[in-house]
Design a protein around this ligand. Structure first.
Ligand code: GLA
Length: 298
């Protein structure tokens, strides 16, 4: 390992395939054009210099997964914490690519997933770390979380990926995420109704993307939201209200809760020429993203 190093990794948006990664399902995330950059050098103990508190346990956990000696790490990030584009995955993958740039991208994603699980006690799936490591500019990744086989699916520039912070912030460790995972693993019928229908929606969404049928893509987002709200029960009244507002906005193809849920963020797909009026209609900050290359994309 060089004595000093740097790394950079993007956040992610998940287009569709929510709460299925840890069950070995298929998901459709994309890396997005907001990046976390880190620099580091060997030190007597692990330390972090960052505007965002709480990163030390992530940095140490990924370093230990990579068998790295202690490092002093500095972070600058455009990935807002708690905004739903996986600032934790961006931090983990940025450190991994800085410390182990030659590593296989899948192995790096797996090391980052284990690090996140160790740092938080939350049994997260592989999706976020995988997208940050291996996303492709201009594309989403159709990822089979059972085999880690994936295909890139072209994603149109004229569709903006809008991420809206609900303002309801939570650390996943304080949510029923692990409980939902256990319920789904135990094949609870209501939870499985979400899982089975969501897996079908992922494939339908990919078909619609290939056909450039943005209206159909939006309908599938709406169906996904209803399923996450009613069957998987990970939405909240505040999130539902923002999703309803997005659905009505001019230029919006569709919207849904994104990521783990229990508050957090909303994804909307918006006609790129209508982003300004969309943000006005929402009346709250909207992050408009485009797809980006992952840290290990080559
Ligand atoms: C979080 C986890 C992911 C995934 C989503 C829900 O973002 O980190 O692994 O389980 O929730 O789809």
């Amino acid at each position: 390992m060089p004595s000093s190093w740097r790394g950079k990794a993007p956040g992610r948006a998940n287009l569709i395939g929510e709460h299925v990664d840890y069950l070995g399902g298929v998901v459709l995330p994309a890396a997005v054009d907001r990046f976390t950059e880190v620099t580091g050098h060997g030190a007597d103990e692990w330390s972090i210099d960052s505007d965002v508190p709480g990163g030390l346990r992530y940095v140490r956990a990924v370093g230990e997964e990579l068998n790295a000696a202690p490092q002093a790490v500095s972070v600058t990030s455009q990935v807002p914490p708690n905004a739903g584009i996986s600032s934790s995955a961006a931090l983990l993958v940025a450190v991994a690519v800085g410390l182990a740039p030659q590593m296989d991208g899948k192995d790096a994603a797996l090391a980052c997933q284990r690090a996140e699980q160790k740092a938080t006690g939350v049994q997260v799936g592989i999706m976020d770390q995988f997208a940050s490591a291996l996303g492709r500019r201009g594309c989403a990744l159709l990822l089979d979380c059972a085999t880690l086989e994936y295909q890139v699916v072209p994603f149109p520039d004229e569709v903006a990926i809008a991420v809206i912070d609900s303002g309801e912030h939570r650390s996943l460790a304080g949510t029923p995420y692990n409980q939902r995972r256990r319920e789904a693993e135990a094949h609870d019928p209501k939870r499985m109704r979400h899982v089975d229908s969501e897996l079908a929606r992922v494939h339908a969404f990919v078909d619609a993307l290939h056909a450039r049928d943005f209206t159909r893509m939006g309908e599938l987002l709406k169906e996904s939201h209803v399923s996450l709200r009613d069957d998987f029960e990970v939405s909240t009244p505040d999130v539902d209200a923002i999703v309803a507002c997005a659905w009505k906005a001019d230029g919006c193809y569709g919207a849904r809760i994104m990521g783990a849920g229990f508050g957090g963020s909303i994804l909307a797909l918006v006609d790129r020429s209508k982003t300004r009026s969309f943000a006005q209609a929402l009346g709250r900050p909207v992050i408009f993203c485009a797809t980006a290359d992952g840290a290990y994309a080559r």
